[in-house]
Write a protein that binds this ligand. Structure first.
Ligand code: PGA
Length: 242
């Protein structure tokens, strides 16, 4: 694993965007696994800058998002579909039919999970998976548990996760109870994983995930087994690492 710690948020954003732009420059047909939440916003805005400066084109790229809430209309401002449009897709030349996000409003959620997994299989291996980290060690919405599922599945969100995400909603009650998420097996199959973490409030979980035992109770600890893991941290998030 390669851990890089940055003095400023801007440097971290630039490094994250450079990894993605560099991959797409060398492989214009790259398959990217993307994340949402507060963490990647600055990286996405830097990527948009790269695109606007003509450094990179996303015309042939395919993307798969990690997760989506169940039951929020796609047009809801906090759906991950809206988020991706607002922060990234709406500013790039990527065709809409190459950007995949699970449909959290599908009438049959289990069938939707199977369909999504099949789409990823058909696209081939993810060349890169971008990840944030939950305070409880979740990746995507794979919450701590005595067992983790390999493929895309429906999850009940941990209370801690709903509370953390309540900052994006009018009240805690408005945060959905369930989501569809890629499984850890799908995530770990990516050729390269870029884990991004910011903030002192995540220093403990960064330490546990990267140096603690590999255990399903801390899903991010499974990333220690990945042969090509790059970790981008700001100083505060990396403060408990030696
Ligand atoms: P955040 O969420 O980027 O909004 O902190 C990360 C996560 O829960 O995976």
């Amino acid at each position: 694993m390669n851990i890089l710690t940055f003095d400023s948020s801007e440097q971290l954003n630039e490094a994250g965007a450079n990894i993605i732009s560099g991959l797409v420059q060398t492989n214009p047909r790259a398959v990217l696994g993307l994340a949402t939440g507060g963490t990647p916003v600055g990286i996405y805005s830097h990527l948009v800058g790269d695109y606007r400066r003509g450094l990179v084109s996303f015309r042939q790229v395919t993307t798969f998002n990690l997760d989506e809430y169940v039951g929020l209309p796609a047009s809801h401002p906090e759906s991950y579909s809206s988020y991706m449009q607002r922060h990234l897709f709406g500013h790039l030349d990527i065709p809409a039919d190459r950007t995949y996000i699970p449909d959290g409003n599908a009438p049959d959620l289990e069938a939707e999970c199977r369909r999504y997994e099949q789409l990823i299989d058909t696209a081939g291996q993810l060349d890169l998976q971008l990840l944030g980290l939950g305070h409880n060690g979740h990746i995507g919405f794979n919450e701590p548990s005595h067992a983790l599922l390999r493929g895309t599945h429906v999850v009940t969100l941990a209370e801690e996760t709903r509370k953390a995400n309540a900052r994006f909603f009018p009240t805690l009650q408005d945060v959905p109870q369930q989501a569809i998420t890629m499984g850890v097996g799908t995530i770990l199959q990516a050729k390269m994983i870029v884990l991004v973490v910011r903030g002192a409030d995540k220093a403990d979980i960064v330490h546990r995930a990267l140096t603690g035992p590999i255990a399903t109770e801390c899903p991010a600890s499974l990333l220690q087994t990945h042969p090509h893991l790059v970790v981008l941290l700001d100083k505060a998030a990396g403060s408990r690492l030696a």
